[in-house]
Design a protein around this ligand. Structure first.
Ligand code: DGP
Length: 121
């Protein structure tokens, strides 16, 4: 899938749309999700143009991958989630229900999160 430079998160990265920023460095931007699914729900996105985790893992430079994952941990730290715990999640492709075609890691926390997924049957 080709990268769409006009996806919502690309527009947030360019400063064309607002976001409640948590953390930013040369590799990543972290901000609060507009529709939180937990008491704390942040999104961390790489600065590079990657459609999803699959794309990022296959094509990003090692420094980008390291910098991005350090930024995810830094975001959790800044939100005070380390001591009580948190969950990270990335959707890739249609079965996962990925809505925005720019890689994003969800960071959930701020209270008990329950089981990881609902049983299918
Ligand atoms: P996913 O289904 O994994 O692609 O998650 C997309 C998430 O992005 C979803 O939790 C809602 C969030 N989201 C969508 N549009 C915006 C926006 O304009 N601003 C912010 N902060 N979050 C958004």
């Amino acid at each position: 899938m080709a990268y769409d430079p006009n996806n919502i998160f690309a527009r947030i990265l360019r400063g064309e749309l607002p976001a409640r920023k948590i953390y930013e460095d040369e590799y990543a931007l972290a901000f609060h999700d507009i529709h939180p699914l937990a008491p704390v729900h942040a999104l961390v996105i790489p600065k590079g143009a990657y459609v999803s985790f699959d794309d990022f893992a296959a094509t990003a430079r090692a420094a980008e991958i390291t910098g991005f994952f350090r930024a995810v941990a830094k975001t959790a730290e800044l939100l005070g989630l380390g001591p009580t715990g948190y969950r990270i999640l990335a959707n890739h492709g249609p079965d996962s229900h990925q809505e925005v075609p720019h890689l994003h890691i969800h960071v959930f926390g701020g209270g008990p999160l329950g089981p990881m997924l609902t049983r299918l049957s």
